[in-house]
Ligand binder design. Structure first.
Ligand code: IFG
Length: 528
């Protein structure tokens, strides 16, 4: 009997212990760092079951006096202040600032490659400590801190706390060095504020490259002082006949500076020899027949070409590349090279070879769409795979590197499905799973991981006309492309990712992002 009775007691004891654990757990939530929904997924996360609490007296300390380090401290404070209402003073320190502080410090091998973007985040009940060998690494780690706080941290107005972060250690670093997106400001023009918001999106997902498609048949978008008509005339319209527009050199510098503050490198593209009607309409002498073309507001491609045989063409290119390169600190100049159907291949090849030399004379490394692989590539040129895998193989055979932007996976101007109001569909529908479920190193036979610098998702804007439409096409697919660039393929599984992505719905809400609520994802909303 006793035994039986004892048997009855045992379940009660288990129930009582379980309830105590449950109570202590709910009191201690969040307590599982490894259950957080960080995107891109970090390399290693170890949870210690406690939590750090951001309080009104929390200050952000940086180790040492470096102004760059203080700037990163201010960046973090600026993003946490509006929703918490805390003062979050940013201070230099020479020692451990003690309990309740956030500490940013440059640590680790000083010989770290300047491109290294790794970081370590150590969270205890007493302190949140972020360290990295480079400032870029610290900046990437700051994005993880943002994602570890409740989604309402991203709200612009004051929110109720508590502001708790699960404790543990995160060690993290990217798989690829080039992780970016392209914004086509030529088909439709987008001003500096829209580009800054686009940069904010890239920064939040640890991307580090912004490719700006600055010229095309429909518009020239960057002021060139030695050829002023390019923008005065060539920048005066856009697809559909709208007013178009352009960046003055001062505005372009503002974009470059803002990107740099986000540890993002701007990649300027002047597409040539095709996609050049806006230049051909602006200067008669650039045309083989000496007659300027009409401005173009349609969406056909492949009908324009600079005049390969005229020397003035190369003076024009030299002036353009010189002026843009002087304003662009990054190492790259994108020379376009796609869809040059109006240029004979026998002309295209020497043209590309000569333009590479012009870019090199201005200290720039060339990127071009994959057709450039038909020419002799300079050793440090990069071919951007978008349509023809045979070109990627040709580039690799020449020893060039590949930037992966497969149109059927990474083109975020592609409709999600037949109901999508914006975008195109020539490369097929690209739902959220299609844009996530691919491995850059396994896509093109003959193009392996070591041949690939990274990934980039282009947003072409033939029928994208404002920031809301940009956001709808970019989100949620950008998050997945960022993860493909950051997280090893063997750690990526759609079924696991889609759950994490669903938790970012409330973050998109908090950032007031007009995102596509794909039916493939269970989205959490902010008010839940
Ligand atoms: N291909 C063209 C783009 C744009 C795109 C729209 C490349 C490299 C189709 N070239 O993609 O100019 O029209 O999806």
């Amino acid at each position: 009997m006793y035994y039986k009775k004892q048997k009855q007691i045992v379940p009660l004891l288990i129930l009582a212990v379980a309830m105590m654990i449950q109570v202590s757990c709910t009191k201690q939530e969040p307590s599982d760092l490894s259950a957080e929904s960080i995107i891109p997924k970090p390399v290693s996360v170890v949870s210690t079951g406690d939590y750090f609490t951001l309080r009104s007296n929390t200050d952000i300390y940086v180790m040492g006096e470096s102004s760059e380090l203080l700037d990163i401290g201010h960046y973090l404070a600026d993003r946490l202040r509006p929703s918490t209402g805390y003062s979050l003073n940013v201070k230099s320190t020479s020692g451990d600032p003690g309990r309740g502080s956030i500490l940013l410090a440059i640590e680790g091998s000083s010989g770290a490659d300047i491109n290294s973007e790794g970081y370590e985040l150590s969270i205890t009940g007493k302190q949140l400590r972020l360290t990295a060998a480079t400032h870029a690494g610290l900046f990437r780690g700051v994005q993880t801190i943002r994602q570890l706080l409740p989604a309402r941290i991203e709200m612009a107005e004051r929110q109720e706390g508590p502001w708790k972060i699960a404790s543990g250690t995160i060690s993290d670093y990217p798989e690829y060095s080039y992780r970016g997106a392209m914004l086509d400001v030529a088909r439709h023009f987008f001003g500096v504020d829209d580009v800054r918001r686009f940069i904010d999106f890239l920064a939040y997902y640890k991307m580090n490259r912004l490719h700006l498609h600055l010229s095309d048949d429909q518009g020239w978008r960057i002021e060139i002082k030695s050829w002023p008509n390019l923008t005065l005339h060539g920048g005066s319209t856009e697809v559909g006949g709208g007013p178009g527009g352009f960046f003055t050199q001062e505005q372009y510098r503002a974009i470059v500076d803002y990107a740099e503050e986000n540890y993002i490198t701007v990649v300027p593209e002047i597409d040539m020899p095709g996609h050049t009607n806006s230049a051909l309409a602006s200067y008669a002498e650039l045309n083989c027949d000496g007659r300027a073309t009409e401005l173009y507001t349609g969406i056909e491609v492949g009908f324009s070409s600079l005049c390969i045989d005229k020397e003035i063409t190369y003076k024009f290119i030299d002036d353009v590349i010189r002026e843009i390169s002087e304003m662009t600190p990054g190492p790259y100049f994108h020379i376009g090279g796609d869809e040059s159907h109006a240029t004979k291949l026998s002309d295209y090849i020497p043209f590309v070879e000569r333009v590479q030399e012009i870019a090199a004379s201005h200290g720039k490394q060339c990127i071009g769409w994959d057709e450039i692989a038909n020419a002799k590539l300079k050793p440090n040129s990069i071919a951007q795979n978008w349509a023809n895998p045979r070109n990627a193989v040709k580039a690799v055979e020449q020893g060039a590197k590949i930037l992966m932007s497969p149109s059927s996976k990474a083109y975020i101007d592609m409709k999600y499905d037949k109901t999508t109001k914006y975008g195109l569909q020539w490369a097929g529908f690209v739902e959220v799973d299609v844009s996530y479920n691919w491995d850059p190193a396994a896509l093109v036979p003959g193009v392996g991981k070591d041949d690939i610098v990274g990934v980039e998702s282009p947003l072409w804007t033939e029928n994208i006309t404002n920031i809301d439409e940009i956001e709808y096409m970019v989100f949620p697919r950008l998050a997945g492309i960022a993860e493909i660039g950051w997280t090893p393929a063997e750690s990526r599984k759609w079924e696991e990712y889609r759950t994490r992505l669903g938790k970012h719905g409330e973050r998109f809400d908090a950032m007031d992002i007009n995102y596509y609520k794909s039916p493939l994802v269970d989205w959490t909303a902010l008010d839940e």
